[in-house]
Ligand binder design. Structure first.
Ligand code: FNR
Length: 387
């Protein structure tokens, strides 16, 4: 089977599971600790019901939105995922190209395996850059200069990872840092197509944007994130965001906000946007889903900045629910990553098309012709205090 026969993101995930070695799939799939938040990110959507309108002429429908004064073809974008080069050759570029082709933004991870400059030059479209803050603050200053040089629109600073989450699958798959265990080594041998796609052309993927910061030899993605996790700075705080605001003239987006009070602080710090996120259930296990805090955050910021969110979005209906509850746009994490693992750039394009088709159908079935008509009146969420 191949990605073209996948009728949903869930089916695309099954294709991905077969296509790449186990350690790659589990790297994408896993959450932290007991994966309670990972599951909650999905189960929350089952609690939220639609209240459709009937007998509305929905023959002309649009899902285009405005994002920072420019059109986006859909109410979602591709969020940052590290080590994409582990899933297919030039994985970051495949994601960026599929996003550009679909008319939606792409956020390049700070832990990408391709250089920012190459992705911007070769993909075109709207490439935003995600940043982690490390103990070496010069790194951020240098990256900001590089972003200015290539004309990046937005800087997305991830704030939920000052301490690295407990991802036990990584420890399970590796005998020691940078070394797969025997079971996974054998499993890699059983994936010759992946070996010829990923390993043969370029060798083991490397952190293309971090090479000058990590210790020599530690920039390889073998052993996943252990090298990066040592460099993350637990002293990260709002004064760092103020500092970034001073040195970065473009759009500044804070990713990892999880409460209304912090959202208001983001407004007061001069941020242009926030991403409500628990990092796909990979950081604080037990955290609520970003959907649960969306209504109160939207009310607290009152349109003073762009509200985005992520976590568990696998269906067009999930995205429509977020729009109805006050989100401007959704970030995709695993949904497009499954597409990448299943079929490279074409697989990502397939994932985007599935979701666009679903959003269009759901909006029509709700009795709306465009997303601006949606509000909480189309939602029933028993037990939620704000809805
Ligand atoms: C991530 N995420 C992430 N976030 C970030 O700011 N920088 C990064 O490098 C990464 N890397 C990364 C790798 C992988 C494999 C995953 C699954 C996630 C988090 C990501 O941006 C997003 O917040 C979540 O993926 C959203 O949840 P879903 O859509 O995956 O359920």
């Amino acid at each position: 089977t191949d990605y073209r026969r996948a009728h949903s993101i869930d089916e695309l995930r099954e294709v991905a599971r077969r296509r790449v070695p186990n350690f790659c799939f589990e790297y994408v799939e896993g959450g932290s600790d007991d994966e309670v938040t990972l599951k909650r990110n999905r189960s929350v959507f089952e609690e939220i019901g639609f209240v459709p309108r009937t007998l509305v002429d929905v023959s002309a429908r649009s899902q285009a939105i405005d994002l920072f004064g420019k059109p986006s073809a859909a109410p979602f974008m591709i969020g940052p995922t590290g080590f994409s080069g582990l899933l297919t050759r030039e994985g970051d570029l495949a994601l960026a190209r599929a996003a550009a082709f679909a008319g939606i933004p792409y956020i390049l991870s700070n832990a990408s395996t391709m250089r920012l400059e190459d992705v911007v030059r070769r993909a075109g479209g709207r490439v935003w850059m995600q940043l982690y803050l490390y103990r070496t603050r010069d790194y951020a200053a240098r990256l900001v200069d590089r972003m200015k040089a290539v004309g990046v629109e937005a800087l997305v600073v991830t704030t939920d990872s000052a301490i690295f989450g407990n991802r036990e699958w990584d420890r399970r798959n590796y005998a020691r840092p940078l070394k797969l265990d025997l079971r996974n080594t054998i499993d890699v041998m059983l994936h010759p197509r992946w070996i010829f796609d990923v390993l043969v052309p370029h060798g083991v993927p490397r952190f293309a944007n971090l090479g000058d910061m990590l210790p020599p030899g530690q920039d390889s993605v073998q052993g996943a994130a252990s090298a990066i996790s040592k460099e993350l700075d637990p002293s990260l705080n709002w004064s760092d965001i103020r500092w970034l605001r001073d040195i970065w003239p473009g759009k500044l987006i804070v990713k990892g906000v999880m409460c209304a009070e912090d959202a208001v602080t983001a407004v007061n710090t001069g941020a242009d946007g926030i991403v409500l996120s628990n990092h796909g259930g990979r950081q604080l296990d037990g955290a609520v889903s970003s959907m649960e805090i969306l209504p109160e955050v939207a009310a607290a910021v009152g349109g003073r900045l762009t509200v985005m969110l992520d976590g568990g979005f696998r269906r067009g209906s999930d995205i429509v629910k977020a729009r109805a509850l006050g989100a401007d746009a959704v970030l995709l994490g695993r949904a497009t990553t499954y597409g990448l693992a299943a079929g490279g750039e074409a697989g990502v394009a397939h994932a985007i098309n599935l979701l666009k088709t679903e959003v269009d159908r759901v909006v029509g079935l709700l009795g709306c012709s465009d997303l601006s008509q949606l509000d909480a009146g189309y939602i029933r969420w028993p037990g939620h205090p704000e809805v």
